[in-house]
Design a protein around this ligand. Structure first.
Ligand SMILES: [Cu+2]
Length: 448
């Protein structure tokens, strides 16, 4: 906490509205001297403190936008600019983002907060910021041409409104949307309830996105409409995604936003049943929540799920569209499943040294081959797993649940308790159970 030397003391010495207190994200927890009894002088809304009044969100591979209290509001400063970003080890791209990040840092606030958000445009084109799902005065809605003049390069605009809701909202450019969102100008806007009914111990925020980045290219192609070849969580593709680390028994919340251009994403979690507890319009009443293992997150929407992490392990969390867990895959490849190349390889190598027919049994080997890929591109799939190569890419990450964790760094791979790991069947077991690997059971048509 750094106190602005220009700040003046208030009569009660406690009001942060009359002191200008600079607070950087979670360090606000260290705010002990000032009780912050009045955040908005005109409304008398107290300052909710992270960790005491709400659990701050965790942004895997991402960041949160710092804020300070000034003039009775939480003040944020966003800078729209070009950003060099690593999407996965080996793939660097030049995107448009905010404050050096792609996507923009998560804005975190509390119901009742007055927020003042400055937006500086350092892009080569005009832009705006729309606060997606946030209830606000029309002139603060950020739609270029409709509700405001676009922010010209070099200009700084001020948005200001009071948060009248809680939930997981988003923000994104609303000027030349197709180009600017495709280049990454999006982010999450989390508004915690003033009086939460349930508190999560771990509260994760993940933004989904899809991109077209041709192997070797640095610039995502915003003109793409169907053939997206990079699918990301917080702008990272597996094996570049950080795991979600949780201690056994903790209540977990995962907020998922989707500002992809064209695709909805059914996000599936292994090992658990969760409840869908929120949409972009805030909390769902308990009677309207339902259990699922896959949550469909439509374009332009957020969904929040919650569960108690009572099953330790390394659990996959991924989009269930199978082409969304591949990296930079060209879909024009011929179908070679079942093809027997015979002498083909030998003959082709005479004119094309090193040629090898691939894909006769599928794509899984691609991750293992260590095949050279063009500069600045990554293999279609494959991350290192405990037991083997994980034959996934793209929108894939791992929920790591462990007993007695002391911190939230990557705890490594799960040690399966004896008798709980699928392995080669023992001969004794096969014999006891009458299973002959050489003979499939005879199956008759179901007579009904
Ligand atoms: Cu998907």
């Amino acid at each position: 906490m750094v106190r602005d030397p220009r700040a003046t003391s208030s009569a009660d010495g406690n009001s942060v509205t009359r002191r200008e207190v600079l607070i950087a994200g979670s360090t606000v927890a260290a705010l002990t001297g000032a009780s912050g009894r009045a955040l908005a002088a005109d409304r008398g809304v107290p300052l909710a403190r992270p960790n005491r009044d709400y659990t701050p969100v965790v942004v895997p591979n991402g960041a949160k936008l710092p804020w300070k209290i000034a003039g009775g509001a939480k003040v944020f400063h966003m800078v729209a600019e070009e950003v060099d970003h690593e999407m996965a080890p080996g793939l660097k791209v030049r995107c448009w983002g905010y404050n050096g990040r792609v996507h923009g840092p998560v804005i975190e606030a509390v119901e009742g907060d007055r927020v003042r958000i400055y937006v500086t445009n350092r892009l080569p084109a005009p832009t705006t910021v729309h606060w997606h799902g946030v209830l606000l005065p029309n002139g603060m809605d950020g739609v270029g041409g409709l509700t405001q003049k676009a922010i010209a390069p070099g200009e700084t605009f001020k948005y200001e409104f009071t948060l009248r809701q809680s939930g997981t909202c988003m923000y994104h450019s609303h000027h030349d949307e197709m180009t600017q969102m495709a280049l990454g100008l999006t982010g999450l806007f989390v508004i915690h309830p003033r009086r939460p009914k349930t508190r999560a111990d771990r509260d994760f925020a993940i933004m989904l996105h899809e991109w077209r980045i041709d192997p070797g290219a640095r610039r995502p192609n915003p003109n793409e409409m169907t053939e997206f070849n990079m699918l990301t969580m917080n702008a990272r593709a597996f094996p570049g995604t950080a795991p979600l680390v949780v201690r056994t028994g903790q209540r977990v919340r995962i907020r998922i936003g989707n500002l992809s251009a064209m695709d909805h994403h059914p996000i599936h979690l292994h090992g658990y049943q969760f409840r869908i507890t929120e949409t972009d319009a805030g909390p769902l009443p308990e009677s309207a929540q339902w259990p699922e293992t896959t949550v469909l997150v439509p374009v332009g929407s957020t969904r929040t799920v919650e569960f108690v992490a009572d099953a330790p392990g390394d659990w996959a969390l991924h989009c269930h569209m199978t082409h969304h867990v591949m990296n930079q895959m060209g879909h024009g490849v011929p179908n070679l499943i079942g093809v027997k190349p015979g002498q083909l390889d030998e003959r082709v190598r005479k004119v094309l040294p090193g040629y090898m027919t691939m894909g006769q049994t599928g794509m899984a080997d691609m991750g293992d081959m260590g095949m050279p890929v063009p500069p600045n591109s990554i293999p279609m799939l494959g991350g290192k797993g405990k037991h083997d190569t994980i034959t996934m890419g793209g929108m894939f990450t791992i929920l790591k649940v462990r007993d007695g964790l002391k911190g939230y760094g990557d705890p490594g791979w799960y040690e399966n308790p004896a008798g709980t790991l699928a392995t080669t069947a023992a001969a004794d077991d096969l014999r006891r159970d009458g299973v002959d690997p050489g003979k499939a059971p005879v199956i008759e048509d179901d007579a009904g």
